[in-house]
Design a protein around this ligand. Structure first.
Ligand code: NAD
Length: 298
């Protein structure tokens, strides 16, 4: 029997709705809306689309959206001063600087300038450190979204074998930390891993975050495993089509025949990222305003 499809789109819609309700309650208590500032430098078309959808989703969740679209010619100094102003602005609870930045700007310097308590993307070293030692901070949105899908599907992850393919700072490493925190036995595989298929075959949970179209095949998957596909890859267009299809890092059709459950691409992990960004902003707003957000509310 084919594995269950994990509907990230529906899960994300529910999460956004919950955040919206809690954000309205926050506004009542705090006398202001929770606020997210998004900064975009340059004209990268994909980034423009992401920033536009983040703004719309923020407003739909009863929060204030502050968009700063700066020209490609913006200097690092100018960007750092904007970040400083946003750090000091009490209406701004979360700050997100859309990556990638133009080559003349040092991304790490910009991330380091964000107040860690407004770093809703969870990229600041302080938040990476908090995650590593088990303190509460902000966790990058994509891996936190994957974790929500996993716990929703599996409940307790204690003792399960998890393989994360990919070791990036924004997906692979924080994903491994979260799984470890949930008492899974975690392996991080990457481009130098030997016998990757054999490593993946041991896993009860596979998280693929590589960026290689349909790399993970059905015969890499342990029967019944839960497969979370983070990859977003565009195939070459079919003859006559203007755009190629989007696929993940897992060969979905064949892997579904073996897996117990699997996320599709699109409609799996992707929609979770913005929903978790809103969730993180709501958490930041409560902390900044000194208002309790009931444990487990979100
Ligand atoms: P990255 O390029 O920073 O990291 C890729 C990782 O894959 C590296 O750690 C590398 O060691 C590993 N890798 C490369 N080739 C490999 C191979 N042949 N075998 C095993 N491992 C290999 O990428 P990233 O930012 O972590 O993103 C990974 C994928 O997830 C991309 O497709 C990206 O578009 C997607 N992504 C999706 C979302 C979302 O919202 N769904 C968010 C972030 C990233």
């Amino acid at each position: 029997m084919a594995g269950t499809i994990i509907d990230g789109k529906a899960f994300a819609a529910q999460l956004r709705e919950k955040v919206g309700t809690l954000a309205a309650a926050f506004e009542e208590k705090a006398g202001r809306k929770a606020g997210l500032a998004v900064v975009l430098v340059g004209e990268d078309p994909a980034s423009q689309v992401y920033v536009g959808s983040k703004g719309k989703a923020t407003i739909a969740a009863n929060m204030a959206s502050f968009e700063h679209r700066l020209p490609d010619s913006t200097s690092e100094g100018e960007l750092l001063s904007l970040v400083e102003r946003l750090n000091a602005d009490p209406a701004v609870d979360g700050i997100l600087v859309q990556l990638p930045l133009p080559d003349h700007i040092d991304e790490q310097a910009v991330i380091a300038a964000i107040d860690p308590d407004k770093d809703v993307d969870g990229f600041h070293v302080t938040n990476a450190g908090r995650l590593a030692v088990g303190q509460s901070g902000f966790v990058p949105c994509t891996p936190l979204g994957c974790m929500m899908l996993l716990t929703d599907r599996l409940g307790d992850l204690s003792g399960l074998d998890a393989v994360v393919i990919g070791r990036s700072n924004i997906v692979g490493k924080p994903m491994a930390q979260l799984l470890l925190d949930a008492n899974a036995t975690v392996t991080i595989a990457h481009s130098r891993t030997k016998d990757l298929a054999d490593v993946v075959r041991r896993a009860d949970i596979v998280v693929a975050a590589v960026g290689r179209a349909e790399m993970v095949r059905a015969d890499w998957i342990k029967p019944g495993a839960t497969v979370i596909d983070v990859g977003i890859n565009r195939l070459a267009p079919e003859p006559g089509a203007s755009k190629g299809r989007l696929v993940g890092d897992v060969a979905f059709g064949e892997a579904r025949e073996v897996a117990g459950a699997i996320t599709p691409v699109p409609g799996g992990v992707g929609p979770m990222t913005i929903a978790v960004l809103l969730r993180n902003t709501l958490v930041a707003a409560h902390r900044n305003a000194g208002i309790d957000l009931p444990e487990g509310a979100i």
